[in-house]
Design a protein around this ligand. Structure first.
Ligand code: ADP
Ligand code: ADP
Length: 226
């Protein structure tokens, strides 16, 4: 079963810059997958297209067999996204942010509160539940973003540079949390420009450079080549 199938994916931005030159990627259900590459390689563009925030120029994307061109709502229902920017309402409380997010996906309100409690506790944010988002430290905001992405209990969690600007101690606790989610069967796809992060976490890896996939392999094979 494939969680994600990308084929011939191409992106030309307005202005003419080609960010993706026709990439193919397959991520199996249950995988922990890294898309590794330097800044500007096309990682965020790829994630943006998968989550339908960015329009593609050519190619296809399927999420659990649902083509985003034909069955966008189904495809989206499988996906939880943790973007790089802290794009939640900074003036709302953590509980409100999470419960509203669940509401967008039609999760019933009392269930939404239960889930918010579960994830706030797991991510060590429960004490802050009635604080406004803007009161949180950067690391706490990052964890809130992860909780928010999980509110509709997606099959696939996609994280764009999840530990950028996060100190080493918090980074480790985030890694442990992500591993636990993956053990529960959630497919995880993350972008990173740290090989060490991919190495610590991921089973399979693709390396992207200037809009081209230059390597697509399992982590062990990659490490044995270096
Ligand atoms: P990464 O996430 O790997 O750092 P991005 O996908 O953000 O890379 O960017 C890939 C390339 O596309 C970069 O050269 C970037 O400058 C360019 N790019 C990104 N967004 C836009 C945009 N909206 N318009 C034009 N070029 C863009
Ligand atoms: P704390 O250790 O008190 O939780 P933070 O989590 O706020 O500290 O910050 C951890 C690191 O993340 C710091 O180096 C900080 O500069 C950086 N950081 C804070 N906010 C952001 C942000 N919005 N984007 C990127 N990095 C950030």
């Amino acid at each position: 079963n494939n969680a994600l199938e990308i084929s011939g994916l191409k992106k030309v931005y307005k202005g003419g810059f080609t960010a993706l030159k026709g990439i193919d990627l397959t991520v199996k259900q249950g995988d922990f997958f890294a898309l590794l590459g330097p800044n500007g390689a096309g990682k965020s563009t790829t994630i943006g297209i998968i989550t339908s925030l960015v329009n593609k120029t050519a190619g296809s994307v399927k999420v659990f067999g649902h083509d985003i061109d034909k069955e966008l709502e189904q495809a989206k229902s499988y996906l939880g996204l943790v973007p790089q920017e802290f794009n939640f309402n900074q003036f709302e409380t953590l509980l409100t942010i999470l419960v509203n997010q669940a509401g967008y996906y039609g999760v019933e309100r009392s269930l939404a509160f239960k889930r918010a409690e579960k994830y706030l506790k797991k991510l060590d944010l429960w004490d802050k539940r009635n604080d406004a988002g803007r009161m949180l430290s950067g690391g706490m905001k990052r964890r809130l973003m992860i909780a928010r992405a999980l509110m509709h209990e997606p099959q696939v969690l996609i994280l764009d540079e999840p530990t950028a600007g996060v100190d080493i101690e918090l980074r480790r606790s985030m890694w442990i949390f992500l591993r636990e989610l993956n053990k529960q069967g959630i497919t995880i796809i993350l972008t990173t420009h740290y090989l060490e992060e991919a190495e610590m976490l991921c089973r399979n890896i693709a390396i992207i450079d200037s809009g081209v996939i230059v390597e697509d392999t399992d982590m062990k094979s990659l490490l044995s080549k270096l």
